[in-house]
Design a binder for this molecule. Structure first.
Ligand code: FAD
Length: 482
């Protein structure tokens, strides 16, 4: 008999309980990845597909160093698993929970179905510190407020770092290797943008895969962790870790991160403040997954139903200008261009850009959420939807609806010298013209360079004070009782 490791959002070997369990079994191990667009609540966005392509390549490379390889399949997960189990005498399937509501349901169905055929499915939590809503209030309810949730998490020991080091010996392999597709044949790397350009060109800043994740963590702890508590809101300073896509794809475990933070703290007690702050930010990810479990349609439905009555303007040219970074507000535009060029945006800028779309332009937060889903390399079903709802005010423990970020003062405060602005809006000067006429979506993105230079930078598409007042009225009119 053989044992299968069914990889999903756990694309690593280090600190992986499932990998350890498979090795302990002593059975030949078949590592498998199945690309199945229907098994999760939502198909991956284009940027995530690009990441996945490279992450699979990296995992296969690490496995080959251990004398084994990654088997790639494409299609319905259940049928592919069944085929592999029958042909290769697999009796145990080891997998990691994704906590995506649809895939959790399918996993339970597969487990029931396979049980009768004598095949056991063993699920592990390899990518989170706790299970969604495992930490509860004293009365047994799931938390809806972050701070008490985090306090309880710490008190119950969920922020302690317990790790398994990566096994560094040859894996037992099957006598006959199952058929495998090539990673290229999945077509993930051909992700094309709305404008028809291959936008992954600017993604060279990333190194997807376990090795890249570990290097990023080590360099971060060495150079920038000390800045975290004071400068994490500054997009012009490298103070955050950019580990989010690695965490999303399970290339590094949060326990490994905590372990390395503890080690750093042991040697440098001054790091107490930054380490504590970082730990609590990691817990936001856990909190978001709790919300997703409470509301599986988190990217579609307001957590607070009172927000259903908001009358969105949903003006499509406003939305286009926002997507292309042509709103005339430099912090918003630099952020949207960072997103377009690199698949990432700094957290503070995400908040300002999202707030601008929702409040200044009165565009439904779901439109923005979907754009982020497509463009972010860290697009995450819980974090993205929960954060958009947080900004909209419709989420649990959300920012109050009357908080309307002023994009100008935010830029002054968090990018005081305009370094972040200048990085993404090339040749920017304070000069601007009225040349913000947008013909088509393709035209918009093709001309991002042209519109982005100093002589073509657009005037603000909306006056801040006017927009603020309009948003307050629209949000005041919602059904505030619900
Ligand atoms: P660091 O500051 O170095 O934090 C370390 C890790 O903690 C992050 O990698 C992340 O896993 C977690 N974390 C930090 N802040 C948050 C937060 N506010 N919520 C949840 N987890 C957090 N994060 C995603 O991972 N995927 C998304 O799709 C996503 N969409 C967002 C959309 C909006 C509108 C907003 C306002 C925020 C969104 N975030 C999302 C949260 C946050 O912006 C990113 O996690 C963070 O910017 C990632 O950068 P970092 O790794 O340098 O973070």
């Amino acid at each position: 008999a053989a044992c299968m490791i069914w990889f999903r959002f756990d694309l690593r070997i280090d600190d992986h309980d499932g990998v350890s369990a498979a090795l302990v079994s002593g059975l030949p191990i078949i590592p498998v990845y199945i690309f199945d667009e229907n098994s999760s609540t939502r198909p991956l966005g284009a940027a995530s597909k690009w990441w996945l392509h490279h992450s699979l390549k990296a995992l296969d490379k690490s496995l080959r160093k251990l004398g084994t390889r990654l088997i790639i399949r494409c299609g319905d997960s259940q049928s592919e698993l069944r085929d592999l189990c029958i042909k290769y005498n697999v009796k145990t399937i080891i997998y990691s929970h994704t906590f995506d509501p649809k895939s959790e349901k399918l996993d339970a169905e597969i487990a029931r179905d396979f049980h009768s055929a004598g095949i056991s499915l063993k699920g592990f939590n390899t990518s989170f510190l706790c299970l969604p809503n495992q930490v509860r209030t004293k009365s047994g309810d799931p938390f809806r407020m972050f701070t008490p949730f985090y306090r309880a998490m710490v008190a119950e020991g969920f922020c302690d770092a317990n790790i398994f080091d990566a096994p560094n010996f040859k894996w037992p392999v099957p006598k006959v290797w199952p058929q495998s597709q090539s990673i290229e044949s999945l077509g993930l790397n051909n992700t094309v943008t709305v404008s028809g350009k291959n936008w992954a060109q600017g993604f060279h800043v990333w190194a997807p895969g376990e090795l890249g994740a570990r290097q990023r963590l080590d360099i971060y702890v060495e150079n920038s962790l000390k800045l975290y508590a004071d400068y994490r809101d500054r997009p012009d300073i490298e103070a955050t870790s950019k580990l989010s896509p690695h965490l999303r794809f399970g290339e590094i475990s949060p326990h490994r991160i905590l372990h390395e933070l503890d080690k750093a703290l042991f040697h440098y007690p001054d790091l107490q403040g930054p380490v504590e702050k970082f730990r609590s930010e990691l817990a936001w990810r856990e909190f978001s997954y709790g919300l997703l479990a409470q509301q599986p349609r988190l990217n579609e439905e307001n957590f607070k139903s009172g927000y259903d009555s908001i009358k969105w303007h949903n003006n499509s040219s406003d939305f286009k200008a926002w997507k292309a970074g042509l709103t005339g507000y430099t912090l918003v535009d630099a952020g949207m261009r960072e997103l377009w060029q690199t698949g990432f945006m700094h957290n503070r800028v995400r908040m300002v850009a999202a707030s601008f779309l929702i409040k200044h332009l009165l565009v439904d937060w779901r439109w923005g959420e979907a754009w982020f889903w497509d463009c972010l390399v860290d697009a995450d079903p819980a974090n993205n939807a929960a954060s958009w709802q947080w900004v909209a005010g419709s989420g649990a423990d959300a920012s109050p609806y009357f908080r309307i970020f002023n994009p100008i003062t935010q830029a002054e405060k968090f990018d005081p010298k305009g370094l972040y602005r200048n990085k993404y809006i090339q040749g920017f000067t304070t000069l601007s013209t009225k040349d913000n006429h947008i013909k088509s979506e393709a035209d918009l993105f093709d001309n991002i360079g042209k519109y982005g230079n100093n002589s073509h930078y657009p005037q603000p598409i909306i006056d801040h004070s006017f927009a603020r007042q309009r948003a307050l009225t629209a949000f005041d009119d919602r059904d505030s009782e619900l």
